[in-house]
Design a protein around this ligand. Structure first.
Ligand code: 6IA
Length: 152
């Protein structure tokens, strides 16, 4: 399974360590295509690439992914853009959001069909969210595969 993880980069890096922990949890379920979102020195790492190269490479990875997981607590244009693109590509999308004081999530996420949204406070809760999300995803995939198997 290929997982595209999205999290804020230029919109703010205060959750960077959390992203790293989330990526670690995601690795139990498949290959994370965007490990750089959790890198401490993402700017140094990415400075080798032009803006266009970053954009095009990320969209290519998004296209290759099976599921998209986005941490949306820090509002980020890039993450919102990736979620919209993922929707257009009919990807399975999970957004996770920390319910903090004075923070509300955009209605473009909360009101969007086909985006699963889960709130959490602690990283431990994310483990349970992922476990449920991925077992549901794999079950659905199995049902679809069985269906195609029977009609062919
Ligand atoms: O608007 P943001 O920068 O917060 O958007 C973050 C999202 O866009 C992430 O989920 C990434 O997948 C993608 N993204 C944005 N910028 C980059 C990047 N380099 N490298 C890889 N993915 C990116 C920017 C580095 C820069 C600080 C020199």
């Amino acid at each position: 399974m290929k997982i595209y993880f999205a999290g804020s980069i230029r919109a703010g890096r205060h959750d960077r360590e959390l992203y790293k922990q989330i990526i670690k949890l995601l690795r139990q379920y498949g290959r994370v295509l965007t490990e750089h979102v959790g890198y401490k020195n993402v700017s140094r790492f990415e400075s080798k690439f032009s803006e266009k190269e970053i954009h095009d490479r990320d969209l290519k990875l998004l296209g290759q992914s099976d599921v998209v997981v986005a941490e949306v607590t820090t509002p980020s244009l890039g993450v919102g853009y990736e979620i919209a693109k993922a929707k257009d590509l009919d990807k399975t999308i999970l957004c996770i959001f920390r319910k903090l004081e004075n923070k509300t999530l955009s209605a473009m996420i909360t009101g969007s069909r086909n985006i699963e949204l889960k709130e959490y406070n602690e990283l431990e809760e994310v483990e349970a969210i992922f476990s449920k999300f991925f077992s549901k995803y794999l079950k659905t995939r199995r049902i679809i595969a069985d269906f195609y198997h029977t009609i062919n």
